[in-house]
Design a protein around this ligand. Structure first.
Ligand code: ADP
Length: 321
């Protein structure tokens, strides 16, 4: 009987998850595996809900955002006995390996499941937050950066016309990877990220200095993890002479057709994931390290904190004078 790979997409969706599902399925099939796609994240393992994936059934999805398997934050999977139920589902369907496509939370789920199951666990990092240890970039990050940049370029037009300050909040959960890269690429006047706390007075001083230099419009990019954006907007309006508007980009950043780069990463990560399974290696996560596809221990990818290079912030600040 053919060996079986199970795919799970879990946690926050990211553009390129579909490209990863397609690539695991097609590479898996060409290596002689059958592939099952569990639905709605880890819930699919609790309810034994899956569809058989074939090279044909994953046709026409490489360009689609989201995930055809649906995804879920599934607190039930963290309850006592849940991973045991998941392990039983894997055994019942003769699943030899699980490829989990998601962020560090999803990887922690896979780690726990791996303690109760003989199936190999492989993590494929996919999140717009780019906050997974062991990979320079996650699937979906590039798409989210481009989506945010496209929208903020439009906001810049109105900011200049009305000579206003716009505070634009981008996603990123507790980290500033997305805000930093977006801020750099839209030429933000100030970038606020959790990794670099900044006082209100310092932010206002920069905006006042800019106004004195003849720069009356400006964009402040703030990461959702930095703090309360509407309070920040009110405080800046109060302390500066400028009109301030707030724009929270929200969920648009999570959707849309994946960029070429997100599709490429998805395809290469998935190929390596199946290769590891062929070598009977488990408890690993794939990732990009210095431009090459690599793998690291799943435990590290799940639990270690990824370093954010603050030199990028320094460059962005130099460019915003
Ligand atoms: P992401 O993968 O995007 O970081 P979350 O942090 O929401 O997303 O995690 C996704 C899911 O992974 C959780 O909803 C839960 O089902 C599962 N998970 C996370 N930690 C554990 C754990 N310690 N044990 C079992 N499941 C877990």
């Amino acid at each position: 009987m053919a060996k079986t790979i199970g795919i799970v997409t879990s946690g926050g969706d990211a553009p390129g998850m579909n490209a990863a599902i397609r690539a695991v399925t097609r590479v898996g099939h060409s290596m002689g595996f059958q592939v099952l796609g569990f639905e709605r994240g880890w819930d699919g393992l609790l309810t034994n809900t899956f569809k058989k994936l074939t090279p044909r059934s994953v046709g026409g999805i490489i360009q689609l955002g989201g995930t055809m398997l649906h995804t879920l934050r599934c607190p039930a999977f963290e309850q006592p006995g849940a991973v045991e139920t998941g392990a039983e589902t894997l055994q019942q369907n003769n699943v030899d390996a699980v490829v989990v496509i998601g962020g560090d939370g999803s990887f922690r789920g896979a780690l726990e499941l791996g303690k109760k199951s003989d199936a190999l666990m492989i993590g494929v990092p996919a999140t717009i937050d780019n906050d997974v240890y062991g990979t320079d970039e996650t699937i979906g990050f590039d798409t989210a950066v481009n989506t945010a940049v496209n929208i903020i370029d439009k906001i810049r037009d109105t900011a200049i016309s009305h000579e206003r300050i716009f505070i634009v909040e981008v996603m990123g959960r507790k980290r500033g990877f997305l805000a930093l890269e977006v801020g750099m690429c839209i030429g933000a006047e100030v970038i606020l990220i959790p990794e670099n706390p900044m006082h209100l007075e310092d932010i206002c001083r920069i905006m006042d200095d800019n106004a004195k230099k003849g720069k009356r419009a400006g964009i402040i990019i703030t990461a959702e993890g930095f703090g309360n954006s509407s309070e920040l907007a009110q405080n800046i309006q109060r302390q500066t002479e400028s009109e301030v508007r707030l724009s929270i980009l929200g969920y648009a950043q999570r959707g849309g057709s994946p960029t070429a780069r997100s599709r490429l990463l998805a395809s290469l990560f998935a190929e390596r994931a199946v290769e590891l399974i062929c070598e009977e290696k488990g408890n690993l996560a794939v990732g990009l390290q210095r431009g090459a596809v690599a793998s690291i221990e799943l435990e590290k990818a799940a639990n270690e904190r990824k370093h954010l290079d603050l030199r990028l912030l320094k460059v962005a600040n130099m460019l915003s004078i």
